[in-house]
Write a protein that binds this ligand. Structure first.
Ligand SMILES: [Zn+2]
Length: 445
């Protein structure tokens, strides 16, 4: 199965500009080959007593969230680790800020690789220490149609003959693969107190508590951006989305476990959410998307709106049945750029001149998926956008959208081109190279 998909990791590159909108983007699309149960889960079915005792701890927490009871939430947390206690309290406050229609913990039937236990938690007073594999299920009112799953790896230890939550795994063990994607990267994680904006709405933002003004501004921009998306993708009207403005770099890192080389280079991204943790359940199904924006990478207007429109396009297309039979990346990213920049006026000639090889880069045909993962990935966005623009101009925007949708259930580009555009890949590639050359020369297209 394919999972752990992160659309669109964006890296601002100021020397490439399309009018006022920054174009420089980098995408990494993660298709993990890790199979379920390959991430270090050790069978616990033979240890029913441990599992039952530990489950009680998470039942207490679940109840504490539903009753907004901080004392109950901390009841089973080991008090000797003060830093962890403070982070737990922040987590509680953040969780209870969210309008939750559903919330619960599932202790998985296997425990995680015990080599992941941080050294500091292996104190002598603890007779036994285990890493539990716990799934957090939560559903945000007005946003999620069903609960989504997030992986959590709490460490439980026997403290004076009582099981306590003594910490959590923050780093993958040297052997056994990365932590499940998103571990410690949830909107309530990161140790920053968060505020929620738009509790009654279908676009909810979670922003650092001391940056609420930014949150309101982004909220307003999100609605404007969504309107732009709706002009092309009518289903976006029904879109529910949570946008997290992340301060802690660990939030980003948690989602880039399969592409650590991208850490520290992205402004924002859209990440699929599943009904179960895909690394632990091969049958996990996509439910919705979350958008994460790095707080220190938020650009000024209108680039921030472009970023939001791009991400919202991904979320809307994911909601319409993608990424099953996912289209090629030039279409996924090019379409998101096309929607986000549809009304922009800009200097086409300068835009094309700004990429490696200029317009001639289009002579090689539509950019491959690999190109979106290469050092010249930001150029691939321009090339993908240009292809979408050509198709929209020559065949109409309806046909561009139809082309995207036609990949649902099948991935063969020749078949889709022939069905939707009545043209072969060869013809489209040739037209595309000519189109790029004309655009670059400022000639009629
Ligand atoms: Zn993207």
């Amino acid at each position: 199965m394919e999972f752990s998909e992160v659309n669109d990791l964006r890296e601002p590159r100021p020397h490439i500009r399309w009018g006022w909108a920054c174009f420089g983007l980098v995408c990494v699309l993660i298709t993990a080959t890790t199979l379920a149960n390959a991430t270090g889960l050790i069978d616990l079915t033979g240890n029913k007593v441990l599992r039952a005792q530990v489950e009680a701890l998470f039942d207490h927490r679940e109840q504490a969230i539903s009753e907004a009871d901080p004392v109950g939430f901390l009841q089973d947390v080991d008090r000797t680790n003060l830093e962890f206690v403070v982070r737990q309290l922040t987590e509680f406050e953040n969780l209870t800020q969210l309008p939750l229609a559903d919330f619960g913990y599932t202790v998985e039937s296997g425990r995680f690789n015990s080599a992941a236990v941080p050294e500091s938690l292996l104190g002598e007073h603890r007779k036994q220490v285990h890493v539990m594999a716990v799934t957090v299920h939560y559903q945000i009112t007005g946003v999620d149609a069903a609960p989504v799953a997030a992986a959590w790896l709490p460490v439980v230890g026997l403290v004076e003959d009582t099981w306590k939550i003594i910490g959590e795994v923050t780093e993958a063990p040297e052997e056994g693969g990365p932590l499940p994607q998103g571990t410690n990267g949830q909107p309530w994680d990161g140790g920053t107190r968060m505020s929620v904006i738009g509790k009654e709405e279908s676009i909810v933002l979670m922003v650092p508590d001391d940056d609420v003004d930014l949150g309101w501004w982004l909220s307003e921009l999100s609605w404007e951006a969504l309107e732009a998306v709706m002009e092309l993708v009518p289903e976006a009207e029904d879109l529910g989305v949570l946008i997290t403005v992340a301060r802690d770099p660990n939030i980003e890192q948690a989602h880039l476990t399969y592409t650590p080389e991208r850490i520290g280079t992205v402004a924002g991204f859209t990440v699929l959410q599943y009904d179960q943790v895909p690394e632990w359940h091969a049958e996990a199904k996509a439910v919705t998307s979350r958008i994460i924006i790095n707080e220190d990478a938020i650009a000024e207007y209108p680039a921030a709106k472009t970023l939001l429109a791009h991400e919202l396009t991904h979320a809307a297309m994911n909601a319409t049945g993608q990424p099953t039979g996912r289209p090629p990346l030039w279409l996924v990213e090019g379409f998101a750029e096309y929607v986000a920049l549809r009304d922009a006026e800009g200097d086409l000639v300068a835009t094309l001149a700004g990429i490696t090889g200029g317009a001639a880069a289009a002579a090689g045909g539509l950019p491959s998926d690999e190109r979106f993962r290469s050092a010249t990935a930001s150029d691939a966005y321009v090339l993908g956008w240009l292809a979408c623009r050509m198709i929209a101009e020559r065949y109409g925007e309806d046909r561009l959208l139809a082309l995207y949708r036609a990949f649902d259930g099948q991935r063969d580009q020749d078949t889709v081109f022939s069905e939707v555009l009545g043209a072969s890949t060869e013809t489209i590639s040739r037209d595309y190279a000519t189109y790029a050359a004309r655009v670059a020369a400022g000639q009629p297209r």
